[in-house]
Ligand binder design. Structure first.
Ligand SMILES: [Zn+2]
Length: 90
């Protein structure tokens, strides 16, 4: 590491959330905990039942708490939900 190349700090790659297809969009750090807000990078609008394209219906947030960083970070992930234009499956 004596010739390490430094790039700009990036919380997404620092926490390796890019490997999960997530992008960190915000942080909230307190003494006892840290919350990272994330969203899914790749859109996922294709129906798993019939293959039709879905339309964005709403957005839900899911709270996860397993990102291992030694102190107690919590992830809040924003997930888009789609309703299929073919079969109506959400
Ligand atoms: Zn469908």
């Amino acid at each position: 590491m004596s010739h390490a190349t430094f790039v700009g700090p990036d919380l997404t790659t620092f926490t390796r959330l890019d490997e999960l297809g997530l992008l960190v969009t915000g942080q909230h750090v307190e003494l006892e905990r840290a919350v990272l807000a994330c969203r899914v990078v790749e859109p996922d609008q294709w129906c798993r039942r019939c293959g039709c394209e879905g339309l964005v219906r709403d957005t839900v947030t899911r709270r996860l708490a397993h990102e291992p960083l030694g102190w107690r970070p919590t992830l809040i992930v924003t997930v888009r939900r789609y309703r299929c234009s073919g079969c109506g499956h959400v």
